[in-house]
Each structure stands twice: as C-alpha cells, then as structure tokens.
Design a binder for this molecule. Structure first.
Ligand code: ADP
Ligand code: MG
Length: 245
C-alpha cells in the first residue's frame, strides 16, 4: 500500500514559486489499477516522481509499504518496490542488445549471474521478445521499445509500476498493446499500476480514476462516468474522446 498524506511540493524552495502539488492525499492499495488524468502542468509527473522517492515532498508524507520516502536510507528499497516507465522509451533504454537491456537493472541490484540469466530468459518469453534477443533496442518499433522498457522494470519484481504517459508517443497499435500489457500485469501478476495519462479513453480499464488539476486532486470518478461526462472533461481541460463527441 502507498499512503500519501497532505503532500505539497515545489521545485524551488527559495523563492515564491507556486506549489506543483498542493495538498495531495491518496491511498493506493496493493494490486490496484489507478489512473491519474489531468491536463499538461497539472502535477501528474511531479506526483509520480514523489511516489517512488525521486522527489521528496516539501511538506506532508509518503509511505511505500510503510517506508517513508523522506528517509534517504530507504531510497534504494523504495526504488525497487516502485518501478517507473516514462513517455519516451528511448530515454530508458541504455544497452546494446535487448538481452543486455533486460540484464542491466538486475546487475545493478547485484544479483548472481545465474539468477540474472534465468530472469532474462523468463522475460524474453513472457514479453515475447525472444526473437529480438540480440537486436539493438533502438531498432525496435515504438511499441516494442516500450514493451522492452516495461519488461526490464518488471524483471526487478516491483510491487508498483508508475507509468507516466507511456503511450503518448506511440502509434495506435503500440498504444493498445502497451495498455493491454499493463492490464495483464495487474490482473495476472498483482502489480499495482499507477497509470498517468491525458487520454480519457485510456482510463476505462482502471479500478479508479482521479483527475488532477492545478496540483490538486480535483475529482474522483468511476471510469465509465468520467469519459462520458462532457462537462467534467471540459471543466478540467481534458480531450473529449471521438466516440463521446
Ligand atoms: P504534468 O505532468 O501534469 O504535465 P508536471 O508535474 O510536469 O505536470 O508539472 C507541474 C508543475 O510543475 C508545472 O507548473 C510545471 O511547470 C512545474 N515543473 C515541472 N517540472 C519542473 C522542474 N523540473 N522545475 C521547475 N518546475 C517544474
Ligand atoms: Mg507529465
């Protein structure tokens, strides 16, 4: 469980820059698919970075399975529990082959090489990357790159996966594939998914949706209600899906 208590955050403590997060409170139970939707600049990425301890709240508290993100001695353990996937997979892929990419994070964890090889083989099969084992990551399609980035993070067996607009740069097929992969990880592998998006049509598979607006949780709505409610979508500067329009 991740517990967020009255979190405020600003990037520059020194001056009077506005708070990017202004009093966020939220509980994310194990295994939940939580969608966070909001327009550009509403604080979604900042919240995502706070959830895995990349940023510390200026005020308030976040506990990941009881581990306080303010405690620098716990940073490593929190990073292991809370994986992150970003918009641009190119920024996450650092290795020369698919296989080495999958091993990279595990090597950083200091895992014995026999176990690394096991996990890499499992990941190649489970994420249907076996045919690309020796390919260079940058030669894969956008959707395949995102699949590889997800596979590399999931190999480290996180309990939570924060996905920050992971489909924004993908073609329609890549978007569908990525989203269904994440749904599968939640349903069959009990990984909690925190899915950040600007697309209302992507929240339908979520257990729960929160709308962020100007650094606050403006609204919480069931997915079906949200995407068909033009008033709410317009109020928070969200796109109206073509099917609704
Ligand atoms: P979103 O992900 O919803 O687009 P962000 O969390 O990126 O929103 O941004 C929230 C606010 O914080 C915005 O006003 C943005 O300009 C500001 N911000 C984001 N990143 C930084 C940064 N590295 N330094 C200063 N301000 C930032
Ligand atoms: Mg963002």
């Amino acid at each position: 469980m991740i517990v967020v208590e009255d979190v405020h955050f600003r990037y520059d403590e020194a001056d009077d820059t506005p708070f990017a997060l202004q009093g966020i409170s939220l509980t994310i139970p194990d295994g939940q698919f939580l969608a966070i939707i909001g327009p550009n600049g509403s604080g979604k990425s900042t919240l995502g970075h706070c959830l895995n301890g990349l940023l510390q709240p200026s005020d308030g508290r976040i506990a990941v399975d009881g581990l306080d993100t303010h405690d620098s001695e716990l940073t490593w353990e929190i990073h292991q529990r809370v994986g992150m996937i970003f918009q641009n997979p190119d920024n996450q892929l650092v290795s020369t082959t698919v296989e080495r990419e999958l091993a990279f994070g595990l090597e950083n964890l200091g895992m014995p090489s026999v176990e690394i090889q096991d996990r890499v083989d499992q990941a190649l099969e489970r994420f249907q990357l076996g045919d690309y084992r020796t390919h260079a990551p940058h030669r894969l399609s956008g959707g395949q790159k995102q699949r590889l980035a997800i596979a590399a993070v999931v190999s480290m067996q996180p309990r939570y996966l924060i996905c920050d607009e992971p489909t924004a740069l993908l073609d329609p097929q890549g978007r569908t594939d990525t989203l269904s992969l994440l749904v599968e990880l939640q349903r069959n592998h009990s990984i909690a998914i925190i899915y950040i998006t600007q697309f209302p049509e992507e929240v339908l598979d979520a257990d729960r949706v929160i709308i962020m607006h100007r650094g606050k949780i403006a609204e919480e709505a069931p997915p079906e209600a949200l995407i068909s409610d033009i008033d709410i979508l317009q109020k928070y500067d969200l796109d109206i899906p073509p099917t609704v329009r």
